[in-house]
Design a binder for this molecule. Structure first.
Ligand code: LLP
Length: 382
């Protein structure tokens, strides 16, 4: 499904703003859910991708669990209606207060990232007179073949416990009565578009599982994290969840009763969101024309931070195609949404759509330069 823009309404709204097409969201979530249910897997929405109330409510209505990376995300998940026993909590630096929040709410699992964290969780749980469920986040040393800023599963990354530490971990856990080993967790990175990477992950997970079985430990759950990438240049093509989940179905070795969990963020919410901006000025450069927008890296930092490329469209002009460098108003040269972008010839006042920005867009915005936060609108409210 393609997002259709209500242009007459858009023309009356102050730009920039985020526009969420709830029909697209519904279609993506239904297809994800269908594929997950086919294989009997469990899906947790990675709240970090977009924490807007309305988006979260959609996830709850599709019966998803949550994947959180801060105490505030855990609290937000609970107040939105996610069931605590479907909340996973990851992060290399959980504070004592955040740990308490998770324990007091009896969450599904702390995905623990270091030996010291296990000790601290045990100590806090013991003080609270409780037992905390933990999953070991293991760094499988599998290259996600994505941007190095969003690669998390190779040994040089700060994430997870390395394989050679596991012997120490299980010895230690025997002495810690207030933590219970429930699962194994893996998350190797984000925006992974090479599907063979996920097959490689399965092979590695099977090896690691065998090590646990040899030690007479059968974890109740295996959590494969998130990472499914999307096609930013062809935003009308929705994610192929069936292929993604079938790779795990076909390649993971499981013991009876082991449950399989995923934490998808981007693939669930990227497509429904568009950043709508207005052309403020056209400026002739030496080699190029600049289209200067009223949105910048403050509303969408992905191009500046990861050199990511989003499809950019002029939604108010049908004129001939011309190349532009599409830039924002912020005082940084990295404030550029795209170089030599093909756009219908544009002029001051045209509306520009920056597509597939529902994930890691609005949620990563900032008020740098004292910018006014961009509002968000939903197709079914307009
Ligand atoms: N699970 C864990 C433990 C994670 O750290 C992440 C994302 C996810 C799940 C969800 O991954 P996804 O399915 O969305 O790929 N801001 C960056 C992406 C950072 C991802 C951080 N972790 C971007 O705009 O590309």
């Amino acid at each position: 499904m393609t997002t259709r823009y209500p242009l007459s309404i858009f023309k009356k709204l102050q730009t920039p703003f985020y526009y969420y097409d709830t029909e697209v969201l519904e279609e993506v979530l239904s297809s994800a859910k269908k594929a997950v249910d086919k294989y009997g897997f469990h899906l947790h929405y990675a709240i970090k991708a977009n924490a807007n109330d309305k988006i979260l409510k959609y996830m709850v209505s599709h019966d998803m669990g949550a994947d959180c990376v801060s105490g505030n995300e855990v609290l937000k998940a609970i107040t939105t209606g996610f069931e605590p026993d479907k909340i996973a909590f990851a992060g290399v630096g959980k504070s004592d207060l955040e740990i308490e929040t998770g324990i007091n709410n009896n969450i599904f699992s702390f995905n623990v990232e270091s030996i010291q964290e296990i000790e601290v969780i045990n100590e806090i749980a013991s003080k609270l007179g409780k037992t905390a469920n933990i999953a070991l986040r293991i760094n499988p040393n599998v290259d996600a073949k994505t941007h190095h800023y969003i690669t998390t599963g190779i040994e040089e990354n700060k994430f997870g416990i390395n394989f050679w530490e596991l012997e120490n971990v299980i010895q230690l856990m025997k002495q810690l009565p207030n933590v219970k080993l429930k699962g194994l967790h893996f998350h190797i990175g984000s925006q992974i578009t090479d599907m063979s990477v996920f097959k490689g992950l399965c092979i590695r997970v099977n090896e690691i599982q065998r090590w646990f079985w040899d030690h007479r430990i059968i974890p109740e759950h295996i959590n494969l994290g998130g990472g499914l990438g999307i096609s930013y240049l062809k935003p009308d093509i929705l994610p192929d969840f069936e292929t993604f989940f079938s790779i795990f179905h076909n390649n993971l070795d499981l013991r009876p009763k082991q449950t399989v969990h995923f934490e998808l963020g981007r693939a669930l919410v990227a497509h429904c969101g568009t950043l709508i901006s207005k052309v403020l000025y056209i400026k002739k450069g030496i080699k190029t024309n600049f289209a200067i927008l009223d949105a910048g890296m403050t509303e969408l930092i992905r191009p500046a931070l990861y050199q990511s490329v989003h499809k950019i469209e002029n939604i108010t002009s049908q004129k001939e195609i011309i190349k532009y460098d599409v830039v924002g108003p912020i005082c940084e040269s990295s404030d550029c949404f795209g170089k030599a972008v093909d756009l219908n010839a544009t002029s001051r006042g045209d509306l520009i759509a920056i597509r597939a920005t529902g994930a890691y867009g609005e949620v990563m915005s900032s008020q740098y330069n004292l910018r006014t936060p961009a509002p968000s609108y939903y197709s079914d409210d307009l």
